[in-house]
Structures are given as C-alpha cells and as structure tokens.
Design a protein around this ligand. Structure first.
Ligand SMILES: C[C@@](CO)(OP(=O)(O)O)[C@H](O)COP(=O)(O)OP(=O)(O)OC[C@H]1O[C@@H](n2ccc(N)nc2=O)[C@H](O)[C@@H]1O
Ligand SMILES: Nc1ncnc2c1ncn2[C@@H]1O[C@H](COP(=O)(O)OP(=O)(O)O)[C@@H](O)[C@H]1O
Length: 312
C-alpha cells in the first residue's frame, strides 16, 4: 500500500486596508490630570492607505514594507502588534499571527499611520481568530491603544471629543481633493502637545460651536467654504519645532489652495484643491518648489479599516 503525503494546510490570510486622516479642525484645551488634552476635532479619512496582512503563525511577529519602513519599530512597541496582543488577551486567545504592514501613510507625519495599522490589525486578527467580539468591543480596544485609533476604525467624517477618541459621525457630501507635502523628518505628537502648552499655557476648553461653518461646508459639499474653515490649534507649536514648515504652507497658498493646514501634529502639510486636477497642480507646486520630501494626492472621505480579502 502506498501512502499519499499529507497536503500542507492552506495558509489562512486576512488582508485589511485602513486610511490615514487629516484633522479639518483641531481645537485643543488645557492638559488634564491624565496628561492628555481635551480636544474637539473634525476628522476626515483620506485615500492614503495602510495595508495589513494577517497570517496564522506560531508566534506574534511583524514585518514592514513601503516608504519609510525603516522608521517603523518591529518589536512589541509597534501599535499593530500591541493591538493583536490586546485583542488576544480580551478574547482569551493564545494564537500567534504574522502581521505584515505595507506603509502608505507617512510615518510620524500627523496622519495617524500607526493608528491605522492598529485599527487594521484589530480588524484582521478579529477575522482571523473569529473572536466573536462586537464592533463596540473593538472600538473600546481601539481607544485603549491610542486617541486616534477609534477614528481609524470608523473612517468617513467624524467629530472627536475627549482625547479625540469619542466619536460622533458627521454628515459630509461629495468628495474633497487634497495634496500633501510629506517630510522625511517626523514630529513627535507628545513634543508638539508640550510645545502647545508652552505657547498657550491657559488654553480654553474647546467648543464645537466654533466649527459650525466647517460643518455647514461639509454638509453642503462646498470645498471653498471648507478651505476657509480649516483650523489647527497645534499648527503654531508644530511651526515652533519645525520652522521649515512655513515653506510648504506658503507654496500652497501661492498656488491657489482653497485652504492649507498642518495635518494634526505635523509635519505633513495638507492643501485643499478645487478638484482632483487642482490637487495635482498643488502637488506639482510642492515638488517644483522643493519643499517636500514626498508628495501625495488623495480624496476624502473614505471608509475606515475594512477587510479587502480573506483566503483559507
Ligand atoms: C494630534 C493628533 C490629532 O488627531 O494626531 P496626530 O497628528 O499625532 O496623528 C492626536 O490628538 C494624537 O493622537 P495619537 O497619535 O493617537 O496620540 P496618543 O498615542 O493617544 O498620545 C500620544 C501623546 O500625545 C499627547 N496627547 C495625545 C492626545 C491628546 N488628546 N492629548 C495629548 O496630550 C500625550 O502626550 C500622549 O502621550
Ligand atoms: N505601526 C506603526 N507605524 C508607524 N509608527 C509606529 C507604529 N507603531 C509605533 N509607531 C511609533 O509611533 C510614532 C508615530 O507614529 P505615526 O502614527 O506614524 O505618526 P502620527 O502620530 O504623527 O500620526 C512613530 O515614530 C513610531 O516610532
């Protein structure tokens, strides 16, 4: 009798995509006792994506590819591995996983690339391990991982309060078109908040009333009104730490951007165009002026972390 060799188990793989973000408005209050600032922010998810592929493995390991991959830690400080471990702990699961991150979002750029990886890892491992946790459970875990992680999970357009982790979906019509001036040098979020404290020791509690014109612009799908309403309380602090950022801000203004703002804690500068074509013109202006290490164009809003393929 001849024995047929046992076929190897097919590799189970889940592929998830999660977007970067731009803060259309970021209003920052005083530092609270927990070390975090109360914020009122309006997030828009944009079509610059992280891709995370989760494959069953005997341990928890992580690899990274894409632009600036060498800047991303691969040990257990990586937000994606932390997300996998937190999910496993809460779901009572002991399995390993190989997470492969393909970076599309700038690293330490104020566009929440690490948060997108964490949200994508939660969704990917949840599917791989069939944890049975609810969407609310995942949002809760996301908030424990970082202030921006719930939004990376939710996507679209949302108002963030608390540390930025409490989300209310916001109505938005149509598509907005962006050009991003990306720098190889990053800015630390904690350092930018500390610089904000130096500049504005007695910040007021932020109010969503200040964003009424912005919310109207989103509801109307009016890019001109949105451009005029862009706002970032951290911009001055980011400029203090990285004065070179004045250059891409000025270039975008001169090139006719409807609005231009530092994205979150920076150093990425986001310029709003009239159309997809105009966003390409703004990107070309950044390149021609030599004020960015890399230039991206994107549209928003887009969905949050989503499974794009799953194979057994
Ligand atoms: C500024 C924003 C705007 O969306 O994002 P980025 O531009 O960094 O992507 C966020 O507030 C960042 O969110 P995230 O990057 O998730 O920050 P976390 O990991 O929670 O915190 C990193 C550090 O930033 C400071 N921090 C963060 C959030 C907040 N509301 N107040 C703070 O003071 C704290 O010093 C904290 O230790
Ligand atoms: N998966 C990850 N991707 C990128 N950076 C990560 C990740 N996990 C941890 N980090 C650390 O977090 C820092 C900021 O990450 P990132 O989310 O890219 O920037 P930002 O908070 O400005 O949006 C990085 O400099 C890096 O040291």
């Amino acid at each position: 009798m001849t024995l047929t060799p046992v076929a190897p188990l097919p590799e189970r793989e889940v592929r998830v995509r999660a977007p970067g973000k731009v803060n259309l408005s970021l209003r920052v209050g005083p530092r609270e006792d927990d070390g975090y600032h109360a914020v009122s922010t309006v997030f828009q998810a944009v079509s610059v994506f992280e891709e995370v592929v989760a494959t069953a493995a005997d341990r928890r390991v992580l690899t990274v590819s894409g632009p600036q991959a060498e800047l991303v830690p691969t040990d257990d400080t990586n937000l994606a591995l932390r997300a996998a471990s937190l999910l496993a702990e809460r779901a009572g699961i002991d399995d390993g996983v190989h997470l492969h991150l393909h970076k599309g979002v700038p690293v330490a750029g104020g566009m929440a690339g690490g948060s997108a990886d964490a949200a994508a890892a939660l969704v990917a491992c949840d599917a791989l391990w069939s944890t049975g946790l609810s969407r609310e459970d995942l949002l809760q875990l996301a908030a424990e991982l970082g202030s921006d992680v719930p939004f990376s999970l939710a996507g679209h357009t949302a108002v963030g309060s608390g540390r930025g982790h409490l989300l209310t979906p916001a109505l938005s019509r149509g598509e907005f078109h962006w050009a991003f001036a990306v720098q190889d040098r990053g800015l630390s979020t904690a350092a930018v908040y500390a610089a904000f404290d130096e500049l504005h020791g007695s910040a007021l509690i932020p109010s969503q009333d200040d964003d009424v014109p912005l919310m109207q612009a989103l509801r109307a799908g009016d890019p001109r009104a949105l451009g005029a309403a862009l706002h970032n309380d951290l911009q001055m602090a980011a400029l203090e730490l990285d004065p070179g950022l004045a250059e891409p801000l000025a270039v975008a203004q001169d090139a006719g951007a409807l609005g231009v703002v530092v994205s979150g804690s920076g150093p990425t500068v986001a310029a709003l165009g009239r159309s997809r074509q105009h966003a390409l013109v703004l990107a070309a202006a950044f390149t021609a002026a030599g004020v960015a290490d890399r230039v991206l164009t994107a549209a928003g809003p887009v969905a949050g972390a989503r499974v794009v393929s799953s194979a057994d």
